[in-house]
Design a protein around this ligand. Structure first.
Ligand code: SF4
Length: 144
């Protein structure tokens, strides 16, 4: 299988705070497959580190009140094009990110509250017909 993976899940330090989200279950699941790591926020030109961002009324804003929607959408589009060119079979994405979240995101108030919804990149991949799963689905063994 060709699997696109949120790069932070594989240990790349591309998270907003300069850290990563290394996930052993994802690393184990993808072993032996062709892995394509992507970070749509970095692909959109955002720096590491960067202020945290949330989706506020459909628009991605950072915690400093700046509109970063275009960078998020440009980066997501670039990564979707890569998924199309590479003919990926599956994408495994980081939970709750405003880009990569699959089932839940934060509610736009920067207070840690979660709501049902998905990030910009995850939504775009789904809209293009790709199979997208959350890293927590892999941890729970809910992806075969
Ligand atoms: S945009 Fe996705 S890949 Fe990049 S740091 Fe955030 S969750 Fe990880």
């Amino acid at each position: 299988m060709k699997i696109m993976v949120s790069a932070c899940l594989l240990g790349r330090r591309c998270k907003y705070n300069g850290g990563d989200n290394y996930n052993e279950a994802v690393a184990a699941y993808t072993r032996g497959h062709e892995v394509i790591p992507v970070c749509p926020e970095v692909a959109g030109g955002l720096s590491v580190p960067r202020p945290p961002c949330e989706i506020v009324g459909g628009v991605v804003m950072n915690a400093d009140g700046e509109n970063v929607d275009k960078a998020f959408r440009d980066g997501a589009s670039r990564c979707v094009r890569m998924a199309q060119e590479q003919h990926i079979d599956l994408a495994i994405l980081q939970p709750r990110s405003p880009s990569c979240g699959v089932h839940q995101i934060y509610d736009g108030t920067f207070s840690g509250r979660r709501i049902e919804g998905s990030g910009v990149f995850a939504s775009m991949l789904c809209a293009h017909g790709f199979r997208v799963v959350d890293a927590e689905d892999i941890e729970k063994g809910e992806c075969s």
